[in-house]
Design a protein around this ligand. Structure first.
Ligand code: CND
Ligand code: ZN
Ligand code: ZN
Length: 376
């Protein structure tokens, strides 16, 4: 049946309010307006950032909403004026859009875009309205994506068309976790051959940082996690050593300094803890170490550290989505995966149907899963 131009009724996991499990509901998804695209989502990963919203760590967020920002699907229909993407194309929705026109997009250095909803959290399409309703209520979108639903509508600037041969159940991770971690190593830190690296937090994002450090030729990659069950996988994807802060009396930056002749060249915080952001900064070496904030701390939280840490030559950086300009690079990352430049298999620990979404979040919380991919 041709659904073009019609409202689609489908299943979605709705987050009605913080601190509550998702409810699987029948929702209505309006057709795409001009410069919008309606997508049939086929696979969506569960990332810790979705869990932060459920746990109320971003109090500005508007509920009810449909979360999910790491997905892949097939275009169902396109709105007026969309010329480069057509029904049937395989696509990845982008939580950092690329409009190509704003100051950030025109600057070759950064990857933010003023059309992003990160920080603003309107929970709406760029025209200020929503395409979702459920039981007569408006349901908000989430950072230009919303993928825990069989169908979603996104703005054209927040979609990348990818290779027809891409396996959607894997490349969904290129929508967030993999690209965020990998790019933090290769673009943001610019890890160099023979360098030493420390990666704090060995979830899907941290493991992807390790993959990036390995591809960049780092000679020592030290994984740090309070859950030692994460070490086997970290070593499988490229960590040379793994340490658990609970096994050491000394602060972790001292342990790392002893292992690396005074500190690492690059450290990465992939947890979202302000305390660990300071530990990671202290772990890089006096002279010219670089620390990258990848984890998302609760909004409005503050980090404090002695400025001497920077005066003595260290650099503190941070980026969303691994610094990639999304529409330019997501298709290339998919092609690189298809050419076996890196392998995402190790990141996917579980697959579940959409109905079992609450089980997926529970496993993430208990530290039992890396990435759970929901399949539709
Ligand atoms: P996940 O929860 O899977 O991994 C975090 C890991 O950190 C787990 O293995 C924990 O055991 C470990 N951990 C927790 N506390 C500590 C501690 N005190 N010391 C050492 N290890 C600890 O999360 P994820 O990999 O999905 O995401 C990681 C972070 O990245 C998270 O904050 C998420 O919100 C953020 C992120 C950032 C971006 C971006 O664009 N920058 C995009 N998506 C997610
Ligand atoms: Zn994410
Ligand atoms: Zn832009």
């Amino acid at each position: 049946m041709d659904t073009t131009g019609k409202v689609i009724k489908c299943r979605a996991a709705v987050a009605w309010e913080p601190h509550k499990p998702f409810s699987i509901e029948e929702i209505e998804v309006a057709p795409p307006k001009a410069h919008e695209i309606r997508i049939k989502i086929l696979a969506s990963g569960i990332c810790r950032s979705d869990d932060h919203i459920v746990k109320g760590k971003v109090p500005q967020m508007n509920f009810p909403l449909i979360l999910g920002h790491e997905a892949a699907g097939i275009v169902e229909s396109v709105g007026e004026g969309v010329t480069k993407i057509k029904p049937g194309d395989k696509v990845i929705p982008l939580f950092v859009p690329q409009c190509g026109e704003c100051r950030c997009c025109l600057d070759p250095k950064g990857n933010l875009c003023y059309k992003t909803d990160i920080g603003r959290y309107s929970g709406l399409m760029l025209d200020g309205t929503s395409r979702f309703t459920c039981k007569g209520k408006l349901i908000h979108h989430y950072i230009t994506t919303s993928t825990f639903t069989e169908y979603t509508v996104v703005d054209e600037v927040a979609v990348a068309k990818i290779d027809d041969n891409a396996p959607l159940d894997k490349v969904c991770l290129i929508g967030c976790g993999f690209s965020t971690g990998y790019g933090s190593a290769v673009n943001v830190a610019k890890v160099h051959r023979g360098s030493t690296c420390a990666v704090f937090g060995l979830g899907g994002v941290g493991l992807s940082v390790i993959i990036g450090c390995k591809v960049a030729g780092a000679s020592k990659i030290i994984g740090v996690d309070i859950n030692s069950d994460k070490f086997a996988k970290a070593k499988e994807v490229g960590a040379t050593d793994c340490i658990n802060p609970k096994d050491h009396k000394n602060p972790i930056h001292e342990v790392l300094a002893a292992m690396t002749n005074g500190g690492v060249d690059y450290s990465f915080e992939c947890i979202g803890s302000t305390d660990i952001m300071v530990s990671a900064l202290k772990s890089c070496y006096l002279g010219s170490g670089t620390s990258v904030i990848v984890g998302v701390a609760p909004s409005l939280s503050q980090v404090s550290f002695e400025p001497m840490l920077l005066l003595t030559g260290r650099t503190l950086k941070g980026a969303v989505f691994g610094g990639w300009k999304s529409r330019d690079y997501v298709p290339k990352l998919v092609s690189d995966m298809l050419a076996n430049k890196f392998n995402l298999d190790g990141l996917i620990s579980h697959k579940l149907p959409l109905e079992k979404i609450n089980k997926g979040f529970e496993m993430l919380d208990k530290g039992e899963s890396i990435r759970t991919v929901l399949e539709f």
